[in-house]
Write a protein that binds this ligand. Structure first.
Ligand code: PLP
Length: 255
């Protein structure tokens, strides 16, 4: 049955951010309890796109020491502005063009949208120069929509076999965006597909490649993702408040 779209309250003070974070953690804990999972097995990645530096400093005070950004330029600008916050980690969770690989290699700790060998190669070369490594997730298109980035599930096994060639990439898992629908029964199969794919690939993983992590689930569907095995949930609006910008700025949407 379709559920009403929730309205996420804006958080503009450190207490409001704390309140929203606590509510998200409570949802995670409840979903874990129902699924018989340890809440410590689910990492909450706060997604900070469109949120300005002043509010992100409050988020830091509220305990967000890791932030996910969809666009490299926005992430890089914020990382530079907040370089004084010790240990703040940046995760790039959106599509990357090879000409931005150098930037990601410099400031990011994690990249969750790997879906081509060209990008893997560009990142690896740049990381080599920077003498850094990067945690990466392979993005999979589990919804079958042309508009979504990510590899066709059929292509992932071959793709993963190529990754040990890129010694500065630490392959951690798979990432997906579900179909955008208020109907949980449309969303769930996308998450289940990612988990099934991981189970199949586990038997033939090359050395050095781990697919333990499943990054799936956002503000509206954290519970379903956890039921289906998510180990990372990427949550923006439920922490910071509803975005006024349309999501089509961040990923292609069917027209
Ligand atoms: C924005 C974004 C999210 C978080 O979406 P919310 O609705 O803000 O929770 C998750 N993943 C990706 C790739 C995003 O760009």
């Amino acid at each position: 049955m379709p559920i009403a779209a929730p309205t996420w309250p804006q958080a503009t003070t450190v207490d409001e951010i704390r309140r929203n974070l606590a509510a998200v953690r409570e949802r995670i804990a409840r979903a874990c309890a129902l699924a018989g999972r340890d809440p410590a097995s689910v990492r909450l990645l706060p997604v900070s796109k469109t949120v300005d530096e002043a509010r992100l400093r409050l988020a830091w005070d509220a305990g967000c020491h890791e932030l996910g950004e969809n666009k490299v330029q926005e992430a890089q600008r914020k990382a530079a502005a907040m370089a004084d916050l010790p240990g703040l980690r940046w995760s790039v969770i959106g599509h990357l063009q090879t000409n931005k690989a150098r930037d990601v290699a410099r400031f990011a700790s994690e990249f969750q949208a790997l879906d081509s060998l060209r990008v893997a190669q560009a990142l690896d070369q740049r990381l080599e120069l920077e003498q850094r490594t990067l945690d990466v997730f392979v993005q999979v298109n589990t919804s079958g929509e042309d508009s979504k980035y990510g590899l066709d599930p059929i292509a992932v096994a071959d793709f993963v076999q190529q990754l040990p060639a890129f010694s500065n990439l630490r392959v951690r898992g798979l990432m997906t965006l579900a179909v955008f629908s208020p109907d949980p029964e449309q969303v769930r199969p996308c998450f289940a597909r990612l988990r099934d794919l991981r189970e199949r690939l586990r038997r033939t993983l090359p050395a050095g490649v781990s697919l333990e992590e499943l990054s799936m689930g956002m503000s509206g569907d954290v519970e379903i993702a956890i039921e289906e095995g998510a180990t990372v949930v990427r949550v923006g609006q439920a922490i910071f408040g509803a975005r006024s910008t349309p999501d089509s700025l961040y990923w292609p949407t069917p027209s």
